[in-house]
Design a protein around this ligand. Structure first.
Ligand code: BV8
Ligand code: ZN
Length: 255
């Protein structure tokens, strides 16, 4: 951060823009769950919990070695079953209470922690660790977070199951993605929390918010550091989101 960075001044600006907002959209990424103990993606070694992304988060990787991919996702399911929402998640749930049906939260995360924290209108644009999809009958089911073994079978038709997660090279669920774009296009304020904003089309919600409304939405970035989205941000709350988001709500008189 430049040494003249003034978090207090940025918090005041963020609170001011939210004071007049009736529609608020949020885009979150792995950073919002980091303080809960869920590893982020772009760790320094470029590996994701010891795996190459192409081996565990692409349809080709799953076709090559489905058991490896299931072991990877079962490990993440087990980890997420043990973690709890952090104050950043709780702050976003309180923000939804304040804006009610004017509030939409689109998340790239698959850990379900926003719902556990109390958010209702959550768009899981990359799917969910809890859900499986049958390769045969296509049924999508919430199977909780207990481990599902290396080659789980569909309880309805005996077909092979895959995680109901959007992998690289795969399209996002049409209805969920359309709702996310609509919310970004209509919002007065877009909060971008804990994402490196490198994965598309999720990151395109930011220019959509800037461009669509006549004056463009106010974009508030909440991150440890500046990112590729920072130039599009009008306000920057730099620090752990588990600290900055509760401070923002305090500024807004929401406790
Ligand atoms: C698509 C599910 C087309 C897995 C994920 C070349 C080849 C192939 C594809 C592409 C290509 N070039 C571009 C693409 C498109 C590709 C893409 O964007 N690639 C990127 C990497 C260049 N996108 C796709 O493939 C998408 N699909 O394009 O399909 C298509 C269209 C029609 C029909 C058919 C096909 C699909 C993308 C979805 C991939 N799946 N996840 C899983 O989770 O198990 S993406 C994965 O990355 C996660 O969802 C994750 O959320 C997401 C983004 O990462 P972040 O959340 O931002 O996490 P990251 O670690 O990067 O950053 C964390 C941030 O938090 C950091 O900024 C850090 O500073 C900050 N932070 C850390 N701690 C804190 C904090 N901030 C605040 N407080 C803290 N305490
Ligand atoms: Zn089936």
């Amino acid at each position: 951060m430049p040494n003249d960075y003034d978090l207090d001044a940025e918090l005041a600006r963020a609170a001011e823009s939210l004071k007049w907002a009736t529609k608020v959209a949020v885009l979150t990424g792995a950073g919002v769950s980091a303080e809960s103990g869920v590893p982020t993606f772009r760790a320094s070694d470029g590996l994701w919990e010891g795996h190459r992304i192409e081996d565990v988060a692409t349809p080709m990787g799953f076709d090559r070695d489905p058991a490896l991919v299931w072991r990877f996702y079962n490990g993440r399911r087990e980890n997420v079953a043990k973690v709890r929402p952090n104050p950043g998640h709780v702050a976003l749930a309180k923000l939804e209470e304040r804006y009610a049906d004017g509030f939409t939260l689109a998340t790239q995360n698959v850990d379900g922690l926003h719902q556990t924290a109390g958010n209702k209108n959550v768009l899981e644009v990359h799917g969910s660790l809890r859900r499986t999809r049958c390769l045969n009958c296509e049924v999508v089911e919430d199977r909780g977070l207990e481990p599902l073994g290396d080659r789980p079978l569909c309880p309805h038709c005996g077909g092979f199951l895959r995680p109901a997660i959007v992998w690289f090279h795969e399209a996002l669920p049409e209805d969920v993605w359309m709702s996310a774009m609509e919310a970004a296009g209509e919002c007065d304020v877009l909060l971008v929390v804990g994402t490196s904003a490198v994965v598309y089309p999720a990151a395109s919600l930011i220019p959509i918010a800037k461009r669509t409304k006549s004056l463009g939405a106010t974009v508030i970035e909440c991150n440890l550091t500046r990112t590729s989205a920072s130039e599009q941000a009008d306000v920057g709350l730099y620090g752990p989101s588990g600290v900055t988001l509760p401070k923002l709500l305090e500024r807004m008189g929401i406790n």
